[in-house]
Design a binder for this molecule. Structure first.
Ligand code: AMP
Length: 284
């Protein structure tokens, strides 16, 4: 694996790969790598001659500075996992390398309504920060294929929108959520869970499953309130539990038996904020 810290060096190296008709796959991450990240890398290495993984804890997407400060960093372990996964390139830029002109936002991305729903509502500015870094990374790497996780469902929708705005030619592949045996979605933030919080954390998955299993045509409010009750019994402080249209993320009050639905949850356990989602009915 080759490690690049400088944008220009990486850009030049990848231009040579492109000229040699090698396909470039890209997996952007914030590090503290786990099996979820590795599943994206596995797809990329299978379908592309050259796989680039970036590790960059992007300051502009954290609306809470404490969350940014506490974000786990496990670089040595990450490097050995990446080598094991046969990743070709690790891009490890410093903040100045990504934000030459400082982190103050220079460009506003017109993301439409999706920006202000759910995650956007609870984390103001978050998706603008995500777009700031992804715009820059996509310009640097110019991948043929981009791999992202369904775990961050709304983020995938935002990136699709960003791709249209910046006319990116990369194909976005949304990959399945990887879970622990007890259902907890893998997340770098899980490293911050103490024993008690870790034991409670799978309740998010159970709440999603409960919604999925209970789904029937008609009002959805009883399902949502049962899911909230389950989370509260396990000590969660809820940001949202919702059943939404899978393509717009508008909350759905009554199901007609046909609409494609996704259940989404964001909740705190012991000050660690976890998110997860599950396709219902026709979704998976
Ligand atoms: P992060 O490092 O959390 O920014 O995540 C980097 C990429 O990995 C994003 O596209 C995430 O959606 C994806 N990802 C995170 N957790 C999982 C998971 N449990 N399963 C699959 N993909 C994931």
């Amino acid at each position: 694996m080759i490690l690049f810290k400088k944008t220009d060096d990486l850009h030049r190296y990848l231009a040579r790969k492109r000229n040699a008709y090698q396909k470039i796959g890209f997996v952007p991450t914030m590090g503290a790598l786990h099996e979820g990240h590795l599943s994206l890398l596995e797809k990329s290495t299978r379908f592309n001659e050259c796989t680039v993984c970036s590790i960059f804890v992007n300051p502009t997407q954290f609306n809470d500075p404490a969350d940014f400060k506490k974000y786990p960093v496990t670089l040595e372990k990450d490097i050995s996992l990446l080598e094991h996964q046969k990743t070709d390139i690790l891009f490890l830029p410093g903040v100045d390398e990504i934000y030459h002109d400082g982190t103050t936002q220079q460009h506003h991305y017109d993301l439409g309504e999706i920006e202000h729903k759910l995650e956007g509502h609870y984390r103001p500015g978050h998706f603008q920060g995500v777009c700031q870094v992804m715009h820059r990374l996509l310009n640097i790497v110019q991948p043929d294929n981009l791999y992202m996780g369904r775990k961050d469902y709304q983020q995938c929708m935002v990136i699709k929108k960003l791709q249209a705005l910046i006319d990116s030619q990369s194909v976005l592949h949304v990959c399945a959520t990887q879970r622990e045996a007890d259902g907890l979605a893998l997340s770098s933030r899980n490293l911050r869970l103490n024993e008690q919080a870790r034991a409670a954390a799978p309740a998010i998955y159970q709440a999603l499953l409960q919604i999925k299993r209970g789904l029937q045509t008609g009002p959805l409010a009883p399902l949502v309130s049962e899911a909230k009750k389950l989370l509260e019994q396990h000590g969660f402080r809820i940001d949202y539990v919702t059943v939404a249209d899978s393509t717009t993320l508008d909350e759905v009050q009554e199901w007609d038996g046909r609409q494609s639905l996704t259940a989404l949850i964001a909740a705190y356990i012991h000050e660690v904020r976890l998110i997860d989602n599950m396709g219902l009915a026709s979704e998976s």
